[in-house]
Write a protein that binds this ligand. Structure first.
Ligand code: NAD
Length: 326
């Protein structure tokens, strides 16, 4: 009997090829998890692949007695109750690298839009104005980019900015040794980065160390006229403090894709702050990224079901504990 794998939330069909083209799997695509067929399919499913819309909680898991693995086509697993999955011995796998290039390219788009006031200029021209001198921008060439978090995305952004003739400095206390060797001359302490970068770009996870990393104190120490970009996670930037710094002209612009509360509230002070470019969490929203994340997770689900290899699960040790294996 092939392993039945249910895929929902419009996961890329093309990206599911590793499972669809393998006789050991029977892949069932159901657009929306509210479809009654989804609940009936779950009863016999060994694998489930979701994006962010389906909430994988205890009640869903209780309806899937044979489930061994949940794959999340994307990075965050906020829509999956990890504790409930671990208790039931269900491995949870994500796809952290499939959207790296898309997120790095969106960072470049925000950087250029802020530097050349693209969205402000677009609004102005639609309002019947022709404001060439008011909309003067700055070049990226020769500017110092401060990358906070030089993992997959931060690294790709750094490479692209070098091609723009920028000086790149990096703060990342957890970089792997090879990366440190490679970057050594450019690796700087956080204080130095904050004080010397013209553009600061954030590519860190959200945790107790990074929450509010860009807040009143750090904003006060930035160069006058600096820009801040955040395509990482909301909460890393204190939005009220950033809006104040922009309104007071201490910071010249910001580009944000992620927010403490999503969707962004219509009352957010960022909406009235000058030279801010806002996008609604679009970092991974490209055709290519959606295929890549589905491919990445489909391969992991294949290995997990066909070979029993759960080592790439985000809850691998908890699942092993639940099974009494460690
Ligand atoms: N906007 C989007 O749609 C989108 C898309 C993909 C990823 N992301 C987010 O972007 C962020 C980066 O993703 P990634 O794939 O590059 O992750 P990654 O794990 O490859 O890199 C994160 C880097 O941050 C570093 N880091 C951790 N704590 C730090 C700290 N306190 N100070 C400085 N550096 C620190 C780590 O050492 C690591 O090198 C994540 O938060 C991810 O969730 C957002």
């Amino acid at each position: 009997m092939p392993f039945r794998v249910l895929a929902t939330d419009r996961v890329s069909k093309k990206g599911l090829a590793p499972l669809r083209e393998d006789d050991r799997f029977d892949v069932v695509l159901i657009k929306d998890s509210s479809d009654p067929e989804f609940a009936s399919g779950l009863k016999t499913a060994a694998g489930l692949i979701v994006r962010s819309a389906t909430r994988v909680d205890s009640s869903l898991l209780d309806g899937a007695p044979g489930l061994k693995v949940v794959g999340r086509a994307g990075v965050g697993v906020d829509n999956i109750d990890l504790a409930a999955a671990s208790e039931r011995g269900v491995a949870v796998m994500n796809a952290p690298s499939g959207n790296t290039i898309s997120a790095a390219e969106l960072t470049m788009a925000l950087m250029l839009a802020v530097a050349r006031r693209v969205t402000v200029a677009d609004r102005s021209i639609r309002q019947g104005r022709w404001e060439r001198s008011r909309l003067q921008g700055v070049e990226l060439r020769g500017k110092t980019l401060g990358v906070i978090g030089a993992g997959r995305i931060g690294w790709e952004v750094a490479q692209r900015c070098r091609a723009f003739g920028m000086e790149v400095i990096v703060y990342d206390p957890y970089l792997a040794a090879e990366r440190v060797d490679e970057l050594h001359p450019k690796l700087v302490p956080l204080d130095r980065l904050i004080e010397s970068a013209d553009i600061i770009t954030l590519h860190v996870p959200l945790n107790s160390e990074t929450r509010g990393l860009i807040g009143e104190g750090t904003l006060a120490r930035m160069k006058k006229g600096a820009f801040v970009l955040n395509v990482s996670r909301g909460g890393v930037v204190d939005e009220a403090a950033l809006a104040r710094a922009l309104n007071e002209g201490r910071i010249a612009g910001a580009g944000l894709d992620v927010y403490e509360h999503e969707p962004l509230s219509p009352d957010s002070p960022l909406l009235d702050a000058p030279n801010v470019v806002l996008t609604p969490h679009l970092g991974a929203s490209t055709k290519e990224a959606q295929i890549q994340v589905a491919l990445e997770v489909a391969r992991k689900v294949r290995t997990a079901l066909a070979q029993g290899d759960l080592s790439s699960a985000v809850n691998a040790s908890d699942v092993a504990n639940a099974a009494g294996l460690s």
